[in-house]
Design a protein around this ligand. Structure first.
Ligand SMILES: [Fe+2]
Length: 298
């Protein structure tokens, strides 16, 4: 029995495909616009990014707050969100006491769901994010380094989710470099749209966006949208992340001899071996770098 989620949460489909389920956070006192207008300005500045609302799926989502500023203060942006065509992203709102119980309840529910799924013993790297958007705002096409439960609190929107580990959508090399903390590049091509699963998304509903699955969001024309994301890793996604970092670090050497490392997400055994070998590859990489620097100074 979950505290925040309905019993329709299909844990067996975790990170296999996107699916909808229900949540009961619509009336949570910390998530009303009135309460957010009080709590958001009290958060540390590093938790909040805001920009103009975007209308192009090909824009870099990670750079929107730098490349598309709305020219207003946070307080003004929150106050005028219905009309000012803006987009606010809040990372780790649980740094504010108003969100702490919610964060712990969600962590406990997701931990329980992971154990049911058989994909790990507990939740790893749990993070809560919040998205507040003017009518018609779009979240550009991108993928995240986590599994995601996206919960709609207020307003309606369309969410498009693409298959994960599908090189027609995101190449293994692009996926691996982003997982190894290289800045994301814009990846969107309109012809991808035929591969999307599209969900109409309303308050009280949640969508599972599988690990590294591409997605975009189009906000409805009528309402301000408030959504909550709970990002997390399982033991399985943690192995995949380390295996992708391994691939990224060895890919250049493979390319020099006309080969490519096997993509992650196909063979659990191979992925586990790569994840296990990542610290060794990292050590060898830093030894080679310092040898090159010593050689250059000599
Ligand atoms: Fe995302």
């Amino acid at each position: 029995m979950y505290k925040c989620f309905g019993d329709d949460l299909a844990s067996g489909r975790l990170d296999v495909e996107p699916f909808k389920f229900t949540h009961n956070l619509v009336d949570h006192p910390a998530l009303s616009m009135k309460s957010l207008a009080r709590s958001l300005p009290e958060l540390p500045p590093h938790c909040i990014r805001y920009s103009k609302a975007l209308s192009d799926l090909g824009i870099s989502f990670d750079r929107a707050h730098i490349d598309h500023r709305n020219g207003m203060s946070l307080e003004e942006t929150v106050e005028t969100i219905r009309t000012s065509n803006s987009y606010i992203t809040v990372a780790d709102p649980h740094e504010h006491p108003a969100f702490r119980d919610l964060y712990h309840d969600l962590s406990a529910d997701v931990g329980q769901m992971i154990r049911r799924s058989g994909k790990g013993s507990n939740v790893r790297e749990p993070r809560m994010w919040m998205f507040i958007a003017s009518p018609n705002a779009q979240t550009p096409f991108h993928f995240d380094r986590y599994s995601n439960f996206l919960m709609q609190i207020s307003g309606s929107k369309e969410v498009a989710v693409f298959p994960n580990f599908d090189q027609k959508i995101i190449s293994a090399a692009d996926c691996e470099s982003y997982m190894d903390r290289v800045e994301a590049k814009p990846l969107w091509k309109p012809e991808f749209d035929q591969y999307a699963t599209k969900f109409e998304f309303a308050p009280g509903e949640a969508i599972h966006i599988p690990y590294v699955a591409g997605h975009y969001v189009k906000n409805g024309a009528e309402n301000v949208s408030i959504s909550l994301s709970f990002f997390f890793q399982t033991d399985q996604t943690h192995r995949w992340s380390d295996a992708m970092r391994f691939n990224h670090r060895v890919r250049r050497r493979f390319v020099q001899v006309g080969m490519a490392p096997h993509p992650v997400g196909i063979s659990p055994r191979r992925d586990a071996l790569k994840a296990h070998a990542l610290p060794m590859v990292t050590r060898i990489g830093s030894m080679l770098r310092s040898a090159r620097q010593r050689f250059a100074r000599a």
